[in-house]
Structures are given as structure tokens and as C-alpha cells.
Design a protein around this ligand. Structure first.
Ligand SMILES: [Zn+2]
Ligand SMILES: [Zn+2]
Length: 381
């Protein structure tokens, strides 16, 4: 299929709709109003859809007899941040805003639905997935559990994120890892409480906690090969309630990012080894709870995305050598079931960062998204 010659009319309409959506952010899996807005537009275009997951929506458009299915996924949820922008379309809900651009992701896929409904030059099926709960609420897992891959043969899946710091008009495609894994851990260090004046009759946990934290800081520099990337951050330490008392236990929490599974395995092994080793040294208990939240997002068909992107924005505007991000993205769960690619579309070099109280989706990138999606369909169907 080719991009609609009248793309500019869609851009005007969807810029207004995007700004409307920006004013009414919903959080997590509670994207009720956003989903009904999406349904009303799909009804207008006569596109079939069904509810899937928790407040997520799956639309489908078929043409011809082709049996290949290409899916596009966007997210819809906002964040619990108070918006500091003062433009007319600022969030009307105090303490909530679309600080990650999911308002723009959502409306751009709807605009693409409009394009598909009037321009059916493809042979096969296009699925459009509007997903809730991307911001740490496991929205993708709910969609998978609800049978996305049992109900549909999804041959390819594509998604994107508007990316601050990347020029408007440019598309970034990673030839492997694109977004990081995320693991979270807690270590509960338990000794024996007592009076601060008599540590010899207690078994105080703080010295062990200090050594565990110091030990964890050495994993990246001493254990992970220097050509690999990873992050180990301590995020919380809780313990004690008295000025003159030694507590029973102290809780340490941390967050781990990597761009490949072997580094992820290596870090998990070392966190355990350090916690156990230090606990033995001090004669305290160290109970580790290590949870893998997100897998690494690895693009498996970057070649398809690169050629579609080149046709959409020209060879000179496709970047293929940018470092992957250490942020996680739940699109990675879908990629455990099918082939696909997740790209970044430049939100501008003067854009506020993601999750910043002054962030706003750059409406100028909508034509870039539409051309890219249209070229993906042309490439595959
Ligand atoms: Zn986000
Ligand atoms: Zn996001």
C-alpha cells in the first residue's frame, strides 16, 4: 500500500485529537475512556475490533486472500506526574499526565487505521493493538494471557516510541537489542536486635548491609565483560526506628538493567553470591528475592524495518548504529512469541525527556509514523 496522498488532512484531524487525549490521561490498566474513544473512531471507519487483556483493544482489517498477518502495537497509559507545561492542551487531571507520549502513540495508530480503511492496497491481515498498562502494569502480559497468539497467527509485530534527543524526521532501528531487561531485587538482612550500647549481645545487620551494597557496586566493573552493558542500582534501604536501638533487620532494594540475557544471568548469580557470602561473613541471614520484570527487547527483523524506514523518510534519515536504551519496554513480552521490530521515531532534539513534567509528544512526527507503518505493510503484504 502507499501512504494516503491526503495525509495532511489526517494530520490536522489527529493533531487535534491527540491534544484532546493529552488532556485526559488515564493510568495503568484503567484506560477506560481512552478505549471508548478508540472504539468510537474505529466504528466511524467500519473497522472490526474486540476487547483483549484489561482495557486493551485489538482491531483487525483484512484484504485479499493473503494469509500473512502483520500487527502494530501502541500503548495508551499516562503517568502519575503533575504536568508543568502551560499550553492549552495541558492535562486537566492534577497529578496525571501523558509524560511518555502514549497519547501520541495511540492516536497515530488510529490515524493509521483511517489510512488503512480507505486505502486497501494490501493482501493479508493487519492487526492494530491498543495496549493499556505499559508503564509497569503488565498490560502486555494480560493481552498475551487473554490469548492474542492463540486467537491470531501473528507473523510480524511492529511498534515504536517517540524518542527525545533524536531529530524529528529520523527513524532509529537497532539491529539487535533495542530496550533493556529490567530485574528488581530485595535483600532482607536479619540479625538480632538490642540496645545500641551493647552491640556485643546483638547481631547488628548494618555492617553486612554496607558490605553487600559495596559488593553489588563491583559487579558491573569487575564481573561483567567490558564490552557488555549493564546497570546495578541500589534504590532503597530501610531499617531501624530508634536512635538508641539496633534493629533486627534491614531491607535493601535494587534495580538491574542489561542488554542481553547472558549478562542478566551473570548479574543475578553475582547478586546472590555477594548476599550469601557477606551474610556468612557476618553471621546474619540474607534472604534474596530476585524478580525478572522485563526481558531484553531484541529486534528480530531489523532488515524489514530498515527498508521500510528508508522508503518512508529516505536513506539519510535512518539511523542504525545508535546505542540501545537501558530503559525497559513491555513490547519485549510480545517478542517472545513472534518476530518483529521496535523502532524509535525522533521526537526532536529540543524535546523534554520522557517521564519529565514538561514532556509533550511532537505532533510533527505523525506523518513520519504513518509513512513508516504504511511502508511496513507494503513491504510485507
Ligand atoms: Zn514511559
Ligand atoms: Zn513509553
Amino acid at each position: 500500500m502507499r501512504p494516503d496522498p491526503d495525509i495532511s488532512a489526517l494530520v490536522a484531524e489527529y493533531t487535534a485529537l491527540r491534544r484532546q487525549l493529552h488532556q485526559h490521561p488515564e493510568i495503568g490498566l484503567e484506560t477506560v475512556q481512552t478505549v471508548s474513544f478508540v472504539k468510537s473512531k474505529l466504528d466511524e471507519y467500519g473497522i472490526q475490533y474486540e476487547d483483549i487483556g484489561v482495557n486493551s483493544l485489538l482491531a483487525s482489517i483484512s484484504n485479499g486472500k493473503g494469509d500473512i498477518t502483520v500487527a502494530f502495537r501502541v500503548d495508551m497509559d499516562g503517568l502519575e506526574i503533575s504536568e508543568k507545561n502551560d499550553f492549552a492542551h495541558k492535562s486537566q487531571v492534577e497529578g496525571r499526565m501523558h509524560a511518555c507520549g502514549h497519547d501520541g502513540h495511540c492516536t497515530s495508530l488510529l490515524a493509521f487505521a483511517a489510512l488503512l480503511s480507505r486505502n486497501k492496497e494490501f493482501n493479508g491481515t493487519v492487526l492494530l493493538l491498543f495496549q493499556s498498562g505499559e508503564e509497569g502494569h503488565e498490560g502486555a502480559l494480560r493481552v498475551i494471557e487473554d490469548g492474542l497468539f492463540e486467537k491470531y497467527k501473528v507473523d510480524y509485530l511492529f511498534g515504536y516510541h517517540a524518542m527525545p534527543g533524536v531529530e524529528t524526521g529520523k527513524i532509529v532501528v537497532h539491529k539487535g537489542a533495542c530496550m533493556a531487561s529490567e530485574d528488581r531485587f530485595e535483600i532482607l538482612v536479619t540479625g538480632k536486635s538490642g540496645h545500641a550500647s551493647m552491640p556485643h549481645v546483638c547481631n547488628e545487620p548494618f555492617a553486612a548491609v554496607a558490605d553487600i551494597i559495596k559488593g553489588l557496586q563491583t559487579i558491573i566493573v569487575r564481573k561483567v565483560p567490558s564490552h557488555e552493558r549493564g546497570v546495578v542500582s541500589i534504590t532503597q534501604v530501610h531499617g531501624g526506628s530508634l536512635r538508641n536501638g539496633i534493629p533486627d533487620s534491614v531491607l535493601v532494594q535494587g534495580n538491574v538493567r542489561t542488554n542481553n540475557e547472558s549478562t542478566q544471568n551473570l548479574i543475578e548469580k553475582n547478586v546472590k553470591q555477594i548476599a550469601d557470602g557477606v551474610a556468612t561473613m557476618y553471621g546474619v541471614e540474607a534472604e534474596l528475592d530476585y524478580v525478572r520484570k522485563h526481558p531484553v527487547l531484541v529486534n528480530t527483523v531489523p532488515g524489514m524495518a530498515i527498508s521500510a524506514a528508508k522508503r518512508a523518510v529516505g536513506n539519510e534519515n535512518v539511523i542504525t548504529d545508535m546505542e540501545s536504551s537501558m530503559a525497559a519496554e513491555d513490547f519485549a513480552f510480545f517478542m517472545q512469541h513472534t518476530k518483529g521490530c521496535y523502532v524509535w521515531i525522533g521526537n526532536g532534539t529540543d524535546s523534554a525527556p520522557l517521564h519529565n513534567s514538561r514532556f509533550d509528544y511532537n505532533d510533527e512526527i505523525l506523518p513520519v509514523v504513518l509513512r513508516f507503518f504504511a511502508e511496513v505493510v507494503r513491504e510485507i503484504l
